[in-house]
Design a protein around this ligand. Structure first.
Ligand code: ME8
Length: 681
């Protein structure tokens, strides 16, 4: 049996879970179910990252003992995740004894192999990122745009990991294993980062008490990322006897991460593994970020979307479907409740739900709830009536599109995979409407034709339902039961479905409405009300507002920061010809980096659909990290005369809203996917 080991990041317990954590776990769950359905022996791991200064600080702010604090937040994660019905095989906590023991062993082995030495660290540390930061201006604390604050000065004795020794081996590995970092744009970003040089990494802290002590030198606690990354092997029993499965499941087949933590997973993590001679994971895939009000949804920025609210108003299948369909995997996506409601109404209520109910109701009405026998169109070589040909054409395109679904899903293009399924749905809908079965039913001599229409539609529905099972496990099970089918759609491998094997003679189950149309205005008002209630009575308050880690607050949607600002004066009128001179284009950020000695500038390398890449310099570095920008689709003025800034040529200009007196930029983008190079007019 083929195995598939899939992991999510383990989440920090400094604050409550939010949509972002739910998203990565949802996508991992879709993939785990998809693989299980296709016969893989899957191991799906998720869990919590519980050590380090950030957690210690969050507990202190609440005046809670740290262990009590982490237990409370973990309980909340477990509660939410179980209500979402995730199918993970294990939940790792880095405070579990087996994990601690194994991390010490990994540290010891890396030391034994000569990759760890003792030294003195003098520099800057961002507690939010749990990352040491480069000093950009001498003596000045680097500013972390992700956490909206300055890094802290650290000077203490520390163990160092010889990361510098891995620059060449890593570059060689990336070269030889192009599938190691996905998507491609991120791979380039990491290759550039590593090519520009790697410094040794401080991997212990004496000033942080909440961590795993170094064996034989317990004054030092192990750096939280060394501790956290190891979870992917300790959960399988590496370095301990409590867990098992390392020989069976390692190396991981897919490690899903948000793009915010890709560097840790594709530079530090493989270097740690290389140091102790453990095989590297096959693929690390970085997905994009959910954005709200123009910024990444994050507990630090206080613009989170609460999974409790989602689950109160939307079924988990809705959230799963929306996660897979709305966000182009790998790119950022804007989250709004309004878009979620629109998706449910258009794709589920009007689309899938309507097709299921109209088909089954006809079987109820015209066939006394019994599935008709397989028509000649599919059993006899000489079925040559035009309506038989139409049924065969629908069969062929269903089979064709289910292959597209497989290919796209296997490539993690979930939205495109779902588009293929919805293409089948609209074809079946059209087929039913064009065949006018309610007219056929008026004349008994049309029985064979009528049965063909119903059987063909049901058969397409069987294919659709099996394909959608990993994405919407609850609704597909319900459709399956309504169709009177045995087994569960989860247990059916869609690749082995054979058209025409829908068992005839079966009685269909009770026909129930699956996806009632949502009353948007009413629902939006109720959500607003609930958000207010939740922010008034937040039970678990892992971090308080005074903390540098801002407390979780529900946001009104979208956050319009400009609401109370004076609107800038209108510029003099131009005519359409003036406007048409400006060539605005869609471009995707392939690479992004800070410009040395320029606080405000990011250098962006863009794909604007042209033969050559473009480079532009954008004054957004105080508000956007390079990681946040890579992968985003932006709008540029493509025909602006090039100019030189800090020694680099800028070949165009990025469009952004300018907010407040400080002119804070909010980069313009799109809610839908758009091709690079498309013109705006
Ligand atoms: O980084 N959109 O934990 P974390 C989509 N403990 N996904 C998001 C998101 C958003 N706006 N915000 C968060 C840590 N995520 C470390 C990881 S792994 C060894 C240690 C998701 O609680 C996304 O997967 O900050 C991101 O990488 C992760 O949550 C960060 O979670």
């Amino acid at each position: 049996m083929k195995k598939f080991y899939i992991t999510t990041p383990i989440y920090y317990v400094n604050a409550r879970p939010h949509l972002g954590h739910l998203y990565t776990t949802t996508i991992a769950d879709l993939i785990a179910r998809f693989k299980r359905q296709r016969g893989f022996d899957v191991f799906f791991l998720t869990g919590t990252d519980e050590h380090g200064q950030k957690i210690e600080q969050a507990a202190n702010k609440r005046n809670h003992p740290v262990k009590e604090h982490v237990d409370e937040v973990v309980a909340e994660y477990l509660d939410i995740f179980s209500r979402y019905g995730f199918s993970n095989d294990h939940w790792i906590r880095t405070t579990d004894d087996y994990h601690k023991e194994a991390v010490q062993e990994l540290f010891r082995k890396a030391n034994e192999a000569g990759y760890i030495y003792k030294g003195y660290y003098e520099g800057w540390f961002c507690v939010g990122c749990a990352e040491f930061k480069e000093e950009e201006e001498q003596g000045k604390a680097p500013f972390c745009p992700l956490h909206d604050r300055e890094a802290e000065r650290v000077s203490e004795e520390s163990y160092f990991f010889k990361l510098s020794a891995f620059q060449e081996p890593l570059l060689k590995y990336y070269e030889e294993h192009p599938e190691f970092i996905k998507p491609e744009s991120r791979r380039n970003e990491i290759i550039n980062f590593v090519s520009s040089g790697l410094k040794d990494l401080s991997v212990s802290r004496v000033s942080v008490k909440w961590g795993i002590p170094v064996l034989d030198d317990p004054a030092h606690t192990i750096y939280v990322w060394f501790d956290a990354l190891s979870n992917y092997i300790t959960a399988l029993g590496w370095g301990n006897k409590v867990r098992s499965g390392f020989d069976k499941y390692w190396p991981a087949d897919l490690q899903l991460v948000g793009k915010d933590i890709l560097r840790f997973h594709t530079v530090y993590w493989p270097a740690f593994l290389m140091a102790v001679g453990i095989e590297l994971p096959k693929t690390v895939y970085a997905h994009g970020m959910w954005i709200s009000g123009g910024r990444k949804i994050s507990k630090e920025l206080g613009n989170i979307i609460d999974p409790n609210i989602l689950l109160k108003f939307f079924s988990r299948d809705y959230v799963r479907y929306f996660s897979a369909r709305e966000m182009v995997f790998g790119l950022d996506g804007d989250f709004t409740y309004s878009a979620l409601i629109n998706r449910v109404n258009s794709d589920l209520a009007k689309g899938l739900g309507n097709l299921v109910s109209r088909t089954l109701k006809m079987v109820e009405k015209y066939c006394q709830s019994i599935i008709p026998s397989a028509p000649k169109a599919f059993t006899s070589p000489d079925a040559s009536e035009s309506w038989q040909k139409t049924a065969q054409a629908l069969r062929d395109s269903t089979i064709e599109l289910s292959k597209v679904f497989e290919l796209e899903f296997n490539d993690y293009n979930f939205s495109r995979a779902l588009e293929a399924v919805w293409e089948i749905i609209s074809k079946v809908d059209k087929y039913i409407s064009d065949s006018v079965p309610w007219n056929l039913a008026k004349d008994p001599s049309n029985k064979e034709h009528l049965d063909t229409v119903l059987y063909t539609s049901l058969e397409a529905l069987r294919f659709i339902t099996a394909m959608l099972a990993p994405i919407m496990p609850d609704s597909t099970l319900s459709i399956w039961l309504q169709m009177g089918l045995a087994n569960k759609p989860n247990d059916i491998n869609p690749e082995s479905l054979i058209w025409g094997e829908l068992p005839s003679g079966n009685k269909i189950g009770e026909v129930k409405a699956l996806f009632p149309n949502l009353d948007k205005d009413k629902l939006m008002a109720e959500i607003e009300e609930e958000k207010k209630k939740m922010s008034d009575s937040n039970e678990v308050k892992p971090a308080e507002n005074t903390s540098p880690i801002t407390e979780v607050v529900a946001v009104t949607e979208p956050v319009i920061e400009t609401a109370k600002e004076p609107i800038p004066e209108l510029k003099p009128m131009i005519n359409i010809d003036d406007f048409l001179k400006v060539d605005l284009r869609v471009a995707q950020v392939l690479e992004a980096e800070r410009v040395p000695k320029a606080d405000k500038l990011l250098r962006l390398v863009l794909d604007a659909g042209e033969e050559n890449k473009r480079q532009i310099l954008a004054g957004i570095a105080q508000y956007y990290t390079p990681e946040e920008m890579v992968g985003r689709k932006i709008i540029i003025v493509a025909n602006l005369e090039p100019r030189k800034l800090r020694g680099f040529e800028s070949q165009g200009m990025l469009l952004a809203a300018s907010i407040g007196e400080a002119g804070k930029p909010v980069v313009a983008g799109f809610l839908e996917d758009v091709p690079n190079g498309a013109r705006l007019k």
